[in-house]
Design a protein around this ligand. Structure first.
Ligand SMILES: Cc1cc2nc3c(=O)[nH]c(=O)nc-3n(C[C@H](O)[C@H](O)[C@H](O)COP(=O)(O)OP(=O)(O)OC[C@H]3O[C@@H](n4cnc5c(N)ncnc54)[C@H](O)[C@@H]3O)c2cc1C
Length: 191
């Protein structure tokens, strides 16, 4: 994108380019942390017994596992598709949005999953007998660094509006599918 030399005045471009591997490392690392946590919790839920049965037989436990693996699969799929978009050399503005989506979704997924894992472990999950308490602290950090997830929202909406509004004149008019299409005067946009 920038060739061998960035040159004076190109700092923003350098920063944007650096943030691609930075934020994808956060995104993919988050999926790995979430996977580790839920594997620990799943193993524990299969061994730990309460009220005469394995705790994974309680829906309150097993549904947390279900939600966790679903979220992790979704985050992993998003991360793969964003990595492919980066490798394919898609437009830098679009890549910026996709990378921000991957970072935000994957780190928030990991936060949810690690919390589920700690809850499944109960009190022992809060101690350092299992590494889940460390994963919880580490995952909390990655929702903040390489740009907070609020900044990811800022980037996502900014790049979305830019791409969407630029393409609007050539896009199919989906609003014309409405049954009330013959009443355009009903659409009032001013105060
Ligand atoms: C352990 C650790 C390691 C780090 N390593 C590195 C590193 O190697 N390299 C590096 O460059 N940085 C590093 N950082 C810095 C990290 O990237 C920043 O802390 C992070 O980007 C947030 O910036 P800030 O702390 O200045 O928060 P601030 O920018 O002060 O934000 C504070 C709060 O305000 C919110 N906020 C700010 N602006 C807006 C806005 N426009 N809209 C909505 N909300 C907003 C933020 O989301 C956040 O909730 C590291 C941080 C930590 C904790």
């Amino acid at each position: 994108m920038l060739g061998g030399k960035a040159g004076i005045g190109n700092g923003t471009k350098v920063f944007h380019r650096m943030m691609v591997p930075e934020r994808m490392t956060s995104a993919c690392g988050a999926v790995g942390m979430g996977r580790a946590a839920i594997e620990i919790a799943a193993r524990y839920a299969d061994r730990r017994k309460a009220f005469g049965q394995k705790i994974r037989q309680f829906e309150g436990v097993s549904f947390k596992v279900a939600e966790s693996v679903t979220l992790l699969d979704a985050a992993r799929a998003l991360d793969y598709s964003v990595c492919r978009a980066v490798d394919a050399g898609e437009h830098p503005d679009r890549v910026r949005r996709l990378v921000s989506e991957a970072k935000k979704f994957s780190t928030e997924t990991a936060w949810t999953v690690v919390n589920h894992a700690m809850q499944i472990l109960g009190g022992i999950g809060y101690t350092d007998i299992f590494p889940v308490e460390r994963l919880l602290r580490d995952v909390r950090l990655i929702t903040i660094w390489t740009g907070t997830n609020e900044i990811m929202d800022l980037v996502i909406q900014h790049e979305y509006f830019r791409e969407f509004l630029a393409a609007e004149s050539t896009a199919r008019d989906v609003e014309s599918d409405a049954r009330g299409v013959e009443y355009p005067e009903e659409k009032e946009y001013n105060e």
